[in-house]
Every structure is written in structure tokens, then in C-alpha cells.
Ligand binder design. Structure first.
Ligand SMILES: Cc1cc2nc3c(=O)[nH]c(=O)nc-3n(C[C@H](O)[C@H](O)[C@H](O)COP(=O)(O)OP(=O)(O)OC[C@H]3O[C@@H](n4cnc5c(N)ncnc54)[C@H](O)[C@@H]3O)c2cc1C
Length: 362
């Protein structure tokens, strides 16, 4: 099979058309489903009790199994611990990096300076049932709140089992809720974005304020969310979901998993898709078949399927996946990325952008 697109390529204009970007309002929400006491609970920080490990290897915390150590490291098991560790690290003037499931990152061979906080928070709660909240577009929805460290697959299984529609197409998405909010992670068949179902998010700002913001704050678009620039950290996310037939939801969920098995390499060390899909305009200019926006299609047709640098290889199954066949280094992966980018540019005139996030010094 040729390499299908990694998720859709809905660009900002299409979000506007679909009414999914509504302009940034005063982002401290006026109709929060939280009460103040909830916010205060998070603020009761355990900063004094948090102690950091030193010089901790990070490769085991990534799906690519590459990367050097963190100077300082902490695994947070509750939102209170998560906040406390970040605030403490910032107080020490250490740069702070968040790790979710480590499924979309390339960590430098030299590791990451400062503090790395691994988010293992894991609570899921049904916050409000149909009819109890009467606010505008959310009328008739069921609100499910998940800590940002919840494994996304666990959340999908939970909501589908509860007969709540909105996340089912994402079954099989690796990583955490926080990582999916950061990336606005997506699926192709049917086209779906995690941001579509977001209602409210509790964030920790770079100034250590805790705020509840609504979906419009994030300016979700293809592979984009405002927190990639703002430096906010997602703590808890409320999804607005629709009651639906459970069997129908499982059908969609299982179709997603089946398509993943068919189109993506299985059981390999990889950070998923390397490059963002190209824009529709570029696809038209390049005249890809059916105007596919698939970056994998371009890498494939540049003759790079199976190309390798050391143990880093472009998957022979899906050309947008780079895999680690054993002892690949971050340097090998970067060399392979640059080789693919240069060849695609030369052959098609299109500059591929990376989807994976590089962390540390390259
Ligand atoms: C086999 C495979 C299949 C994949 N399939 C898909 C797919 O279908 N669709 C898709 O979109 N992606 C896919 N991916 C990529 C990846 O799984 C997603 O991007 C995922 O949502 C990343 O979540 P994570 O928790 O692993 O984030 P990480 O990789 O841990 O982090 C990614 C970025 O998010 C930041 N971050 C993490 N948590 C927070 C937080 N709480 N607040 C603020 N920033 C945070 C990190 O600092 C980092 O910059 C796939 C990856 C693999 C390995």
C-alpha cells in the first residue's frame, strides 16, 4: 500500500468554515463547569514535598527509544504533584519540559537540560450529564473530564463503553490527553481532530496561574494548538460528548484500529509520522494523484522507502514513519530527516515540515 496521510489536513480556513474557531474570547471562561473550590484544590501545592531525581535516561520514556538524560526528573501521579513539580522547577530557574507518552518526540542524544516532568496523572470523571448544563452549543452533551496524563486509549475505551460519541475514531492513538491537546492529534478515516471534542481545559500558565479556558483559546488547526507557542501546560481537559449507541461507536473505533494495522508498521520503535501533510494548494501544484496531501506519498515517490542512516530507517511499510531498528541515535534520525526533506524538495519543490517535536539541543 502507498503511504496514506497521517490524519487529515484541515487547515485554519477550513476550521473557520466549520465554525470550530470562534475567535479568542476572554479566555478565563465565564461559564465554567468548575467551581472556585475545585480550582483552589489544585492550587494547594505540594511543592515542598516534591524531590527530583538526577541524570535520568529518557529513552525508555519515548516510543522511539532514543535520547540522553534529563538533568532533573520527576514523575507526577496527581495533578497536584504535576503542578508542584513544575512550579518548583521554575522557581529553581530550570527550563521545564513536559513528557506525556513520548510518542511524538525526538530527544537529543545529549538529553534535556533542566527539569523533565513525566505526566502520569490518570483520573477520568463524568462531570455532568445530559440536561444538567444548558450552555449554548453544549446543550445535551455529557461532559467527561480527564487528567492530562490519562492514556488517550484508556479515555477512548471509557467513553465508548459509556455510549458517549466524539472520541471513538481515535482508538489506537498512542500518548496522553495532554500530548493530544498540544498536537491537536487527528485521524483520517473518518477525519477527526481531538480538539473538536474539547470543551474546557484547566491550564497552568507560564506565570504559574491556573486558569480554566474554553476551546476557542486553543485555536486548534491541523497539527496546531496555541499552547505550542504560549507555553501553557494542560492539566485537565473536559470533553463535550454526545450520547450514542455503544455498538455503533465500537464499530467506528475498531475500524480505526484495523486501518492502523493495515497501513502502519506494527511493533516497531517509532514516533509516528515524521512530517506534516502538505497543504491542498501544494498538492494541486505538485499534482499528486487525487491531490493527496500525504507527506508519506512524497517521501515514497522520492524513492526513500527503506532508506537508512545507521539503525534509523524510513519504514518500508509507511514512508512517513521513521523507525529505530536497534541502536539508532538522534543524530542518525536527524540525518535521515534532512535527506528526505532535501530529496522531496529537489523532486517536487515542496518543503516538508516536521510533525515530531525535537526536545533538547540539536
Ligand atoms: C504508532 C504511532 C501512531 C501514531 N498515530 C497518530 C495519529 O493517528 N494521529 C496523530 O495525530 N498522531 C499520531 N501519533 C503521534 C502521537 O501519538 C500523538 O501526537 C500524541 O497525541 C502525542 O501524545 P504524547 O502524550 O505521547 O505526547 P509527547 O510525545 O509526550 O509530547 C509531545 C509534545 O506535547 C507536549 N506535551 C505533552 N503533554 C503536555 C501537556 N500536558 N501540556 C502541554 N504540553 C504537553 C510535550 O512537551 C511535547 O512537546 C502516532 C505515534 C505513533 C508512535
Amino acid at each position: 500500500m502507498t503511504s496514506p496521510p497521517c490524519g487529515g489536513a484541515r487547515h485554519e480556513a477550513e476550521y473557520h468554515q466549520k465554525g470550530l474557531i470562534m475567535g479568542v474570547k476572554n479566555f478565563t471562561t465565564t461559564h465554567s463547569i468548575y467551581n472556585m473550590s475545585n480550582k483552589m484544590q489544585i492550587k494547594s501545592s505540594k511543592e515542598g514535598f516534591v524531590s527530583f531525581q538526577q541524570n535520568v535516561p529518557l529513552s525508555p520514556f519515548t516510543t522511539l527509544k532514543i535520547g540522553g538524560p534529563a538533568d532533573l526528573f520527576y514523575e507526577a501521579r496527581s495533578v497536584e504533584e504535576f503542578v508542584a513539580a513544575i512550579v518548583k522547577g521554575r522557581g529553581m530557574k530550570a527550563p521545564v519540559t513536559i513528557l506525556g507518552g513520548g510518542s511524538n518526540i525526538l530527544i537529543a542524544d545529549g538529553g534535556i537540560r533542566g527539569l523533565v516532568v513525566k505526566n502520569n496523572t490518570g483520573a477520568i470523571t463524568i462531570r455532568g450529564m445530559k440536561g444538567t448544563y444548558q450552555g449554548g452549543e453544549a446543550k445535551g452533551k455529557v461532559f467527561v473530564e480527564a487528567d492530562s496524563g490519562v492514556v488517550f486509549n484508556k479515555l477512548v475505551r471509557f467513553t465508548v463503553e459509556e455510549g458517549l460519541g466524539g472520541l471513538e475514531a481515535h482508538l489506537g492513538l498512542p500518548g496522553t490527553v495532554g500530548g493530544a491537546i498540544f498536537m491537536n492529534s487527528k485521524w483520517t478515516k473518518p477525519e477527526a481532530y481531538v480538539g473538536d471534542a474539547v470543551y474546557q481545559v484547566t491550564i497552568l500558565t507560564p506565570r504559574n496561574d491556573i486558569k480554566v479556558v474554553d476551546r476557542s483559546y486553543f485555536r486548534f488547526a491541523y497539527d496546531a494548538s496555541i499552547i505550542q507557542k504560549s507555553g501553557d501546560i494542560a492539566l485537565r481537559v473536559v470533553f463535550a460528548l454526545t450520547p450514542q449507541n455503544k455498538e455503533d461507536l465500537w464499530k467506528v473505533a475498531n475500524q480505526s484500529v484495523a486501518y492502523r494495522r493495515e497501513s502502519q508498521p506494527q511493533g516497531v520503535k517509532s514516533p509516528g509520522c515524521t512530517f506534516r501533510n502538505i497543504s491542498k494548494a501544494d498538492a494541486v501544484a505538485v499534482a499528486t494523484p487525487g491531490h493527496t496531501t500525504s507527506a508519506g506519498f512524497l517521501v515514497d515517490h522520492a524513492g526513500l522507502k527503506g532508506a537508512a542512516v545507521g539503525d534509523a530507517q524510513i519504514s518500508p511499510i509507511h514512508a512517513n514513519f521513521i523507525i529505530n531498528n536497534g541502536r539508532a541515535s538522534a543524530r542518525d534520525v536527524v540525518e535521515l530527516i534532512e535527506r528526505a526533506r532535501a530529496k522531496v524538495k529537489k523532486q517536487f519543490g515542496v518543503e516538508l515540515e516536521e510533525e515530531i517535536v525535537r526536545l533538547g539541543e540539536f
